[in-house]
Design a protein around this ligand. Structure first.
Ligand SMILES: [Zn+2]
Length: 154
């Protein structure tokens, strides 16, 4: 590991402690050359999860993407960033507990909503409304297709 500021590799750990359900270790570090301080997180490496999207395309599960979605839902609520980090860990754990290497984005959405509803009502409603809008478009398209089929058959 090198200092972001001066590229020095002599980095000292100032403080080290377990965070969020003991799933990560947070370390405060300091560059011995320029004194720059920064934080690193050490987590257990897990197998990659594949998310099956609505259009059946697949992408790697992206913790950062999920995080930004939840941050958006929690904007201007009392939810703290530590609570959000905890939430993401719980969601991730639940996803891994399913025991499948591929999980539908629908299933992810349901899990997110379950935990958000326990955490903050406003954040939950926001997330759910974005999520449901997609569902509505999906069911609308289905109905549209049924309608088209009917027209073709008459
Ligand atoms: Zn430095």
């Amino acid at each position: 590991m090198k200092c972001n500021r001066c590229n020095e590799s002599d980095i000292k750990v100032i403080e080290s402690r377990d965070v969020v359900d003991d799933q990560a270790i947070r370390r405060r570090r300091m560059c011995n050359k320029c004194g720059y301080r920064f934080t690193t997180y050490e987590r257990i490496e897990r197998p990659q999860l594949i998310i099956i999207k609505r259009d059946n395309s697949r992408e790697l599960f992206n913790r950062q993407k999920l995080l930004s979605g939840i941050y958006r839902a929690c904007d201007k609520t009392a939810v703290t960033s530590i609570q959000i980090d905890n939430l993401i860990n719980k969601i991730e754990q639940e996803l891994y507990d399913i025991g499948e290497s591929e999980i539908s984005s629908n299933a992810v959405g349901e899990i997110v909503m379950k935990f958000l509803s326990e955490l903050n009502e406003v954040a939950y409603v926001r997330f759910a409304s974005v999520y449901r809008r997609f569902k509505d478009i999906e069911s609308f398209e289905k109905e549209l297709n049924i309608f088209k089929d009917r027209q073709l058959n008459t």
